[in-house]
Design a protein around this ligand. Structure first.
Ligand SMILES: [Zn+2]
Length: 216
């Protein structure tokens, strides 16, 4: 048994300790190999994960998500044929429609949660990854990554997607409905974002954002 393993928790330096986010259990920080993860022994919450080629894979995913952002929001989600009239709806036209109907507050919330916040989140992730890759502006990178964690609470693409799916099911009986390219881009954007969150391991990002001279 090494000296660190035999010492009681209260004698260990802070960087060798780890607290579970869910149940607050305090434990020794495990040393992980690539593609290993550590779960809390009490509640099973995933504490740490070490992904291989985290920066390159995350960068590819963030660029994919940014490329999908414009078609997901500005290409038709669905085409509706009702009584000889055809309308094509996009996320953006939905926001404008709400605004024109006098629901300015709801239009603003939809605009923020479905377009502005998801875009800011992706830009934060992109800049953090570029800062890590170039080993430049690391203090800005840390600030941006903290901001990203605050923004996460406001992005609600998945809620918006559920709303779209519910309206599609309801409208199917009332009108001739065709799914548009925008919907597929929207689903792909959501999947790319989820995959990105899994790949971009927070522990690895924070470690990479440390100043070289501040490392122990
Ligand atoms: Zn726990």
């Amino acid at each position: 048994m090494s000296e660190t393993e035999s010492r009681p928790l209260h004698e260990l330096p802070l960087e060798q300790l780890l607290a579970c986010h869910e149940c607050d259990l305090l434990m020794r920080r495990p040393v992980l190999a690539v593609e290993q993860k550590a779960c809390c022994p009490r509640c099973g919450y995933e504490l740490l994960a070490r992904r291989s080629q985290m920066e390159r894979r995350s960068l590819a995913l963030v660029l994919t998500a940014l490329a999908l952002f414009v078609p997901a929001n500005f290409l038709p989600i669905m085409q509706l044929d009702l009584l000889g009239q055809t309308t094509r709806d996009t996320v953006w036209s939905g926001v404008l429609g709400l605004y024109d109907s006098g629901m300015e507050a709801i239009a603003l919330v939809v605009l923020l949660c479905s377009m502005v916040v998801p875009l800011l989140k992706l830009l934060c992730q992109l800049l953090v990854l570029l800062s890590i890759r170039g080993r430049r502006a690391l203090a800005w990178g840390r600030w941006l990554y903290r901001s990203y964690h605050h923004l996460r609470e406001w992005g609600m693409l998945e809620v918006y997607l559920m709303g779209i799916l519910v309206s599609i099911v309801k409208l199917m009986d009332m009108a001739d409905l065709t799914l548009g390219v925008g919907l597929f881009c929207f689903v792909a954007l959501l999947l790319a974002q989820v995959w990105l969150e899994v790949t971009m391991s927070p522990q690895q990002v924070w470690e990479a954002l440390e100043d070289d001279d501040a490392r122990p």
